[in-house]
Design a protein around this ligand. Structure first.
Ligand code: UT7
Length: 330
């Protein structure tokens, strides 16, 4: 390749988010659950979360987040030619939430589908969207993480029900051919996806269409998931640095999946990155699964912390187990 030839990258040109209703604090939960604000804060960093009302669906939240991302990017629904929604809590078993979002926004005929990798879903969806954009299937996509995790909770299980929340985050991802392929050029620089199905039973939902015929409830061996999260996150961030031949000090912002401040702090420590360079929303959102990274990204873009040209490292782990990371020049 000659030095002057341009390289195809997919760049983020808009971000948006949506949180349903008023926040529900740990103290609010104390009233009905045998738990304490102190325990939840100390073990997880969570202080409050949003719980969607019965009549608010995952697609309702996805549509709102997508609208904000479109507005931020300056594009119309008619400018979009691909939609991926990362979700593990679809409105219905099928059609995909992405198809509902397409219809409700009025996006013209294009590919629209869901990706199910639980809390890693957004990183997986981003990786798939990046491939579709760079190979020419789509020029400008909506990539959305949207979850109504509270619909999967057993409110009698205090070990899980205090951890999760609802919400959605979205980005507009589009083809850019301005750069020469350098690390300084904007766009997704690399994505790294992994799964270890041997660990599927430490975090799962005990129902589904082909087994119980019921939605089921989330079940987690928290301590085991914690252990693997720390180990796999350390590994995937190192792989990302090595792949791009960069040092941890080159990163401007770590945008982790927001499950537990202690897991996030362990990853930041591994990178020797001060917590000031970590986008933390877990206190306000709880664990929103596939929505957590785009929600955090949107918060830090809209409050002015993340600026054009910043180097972002995204990482997540979830049921499967699945995990992954993405390096992005914003
Ligand atoms: O997003 C997908 C990935 N998920 C994660 O990354 C989550 C990973 N795991 C975690 O974040 C942590 O393991 C938890 C926050 C889930 C739990 O924290 P922990 O420090 O691992 O606590 P533990 O499960 O070892 O439980 C410690 C104690 C237990 O009591 P005993 O057996 O020591 O007497 C629990 O019964 O805390 C008790 N406990 C609670 N107490 C008050 C468990 N849940 C609660 C609660 N309120 N809600």
């Amino acid at each position: 390749m000659s030095e002057s030839s341009s390289v195809k990258r997919s760049i983020i040109t808009g971000v948006g988010s949506f949180l349903p209703g008023e926040p529900v604090s740990n103290v609010d939960l104390e009233k009905t659950i045998d738990t304490s604000d102190e325990w939840i804060k100390k073990r997880t960093g969570i202080e409050r979360r949003h719980i969607a009302a019965k009549d608010v669906s995952t697609s309702d939240m996805a549509v709102e987040a997508a609208r904000q991302a479109l507005e931020h990017s300056g594009y119309q629904p008619s400018d979009i030619d691909g939609i991926i929604v990362a979700t593990t809590t679809p409105d219905q078993t099928f059609p995909a939430v992405a198809a509902t979002v397409q219809a409700r926004l009025g996006v013209p005929i294009c590919p629209a589908f869901d990706v199910q990798a639980v809390c890693s879903g957004f990183v997986y969806a981003l990786s798939v969207a990046d491939s579709l954009v760079r190979t020419g299937q789509s020029k400008r996509m909506l990539v959305i993480g949207a979850e109504k995790m509270t619909s999967l909770l057993d409110w009698n299980d205090r070990t899980t029900c205090v951890l999760f929340g609802d919400g959605a985050g979205a980005i507009v991802l589009e083809l850019d051919e301005q750069g020469q392929g350098s690390i300084e050029d904007r766009g997704i620089l690399s994505t790294h996806l992994f799964a270890n199905g041997e660990l599927k039973d430490i975090l799962y939902v005990n129902g589904g269409p082909s087994t119980t015929g019921q939605v089921g409830h989330l079940v987690m061996e928290g301590r085991e998931v914690f252990r693997y999260a720390v180990e796999y996150m350390a590994d995937v961030v190192q792989k990302t640095l090595d792949h791009n031949n960069i040092k941890a000090s080159d990163i401007d912002w770590l945008i982790p999946h927001q499950a537990n401040t202690r897991i996030i702090a362990a990853t930041a420590k591994k990178l020797d990155l001060p917590m000031e360079q970590v986008v933390l929303t877990v206190a306000d959102h709880g664990n929103t699964s596939a929505a957590s990274i785009p929600l955090a990204l949107s918060a830090a873009v809209h409050d002015g912390r993340i600026k054009k040209g910043d180097l972002l490292l995204l990482e997540a782990l979830g049921g499967g187990l699945t995990w992954g990371a993405a390096l992005i020049r914003f």
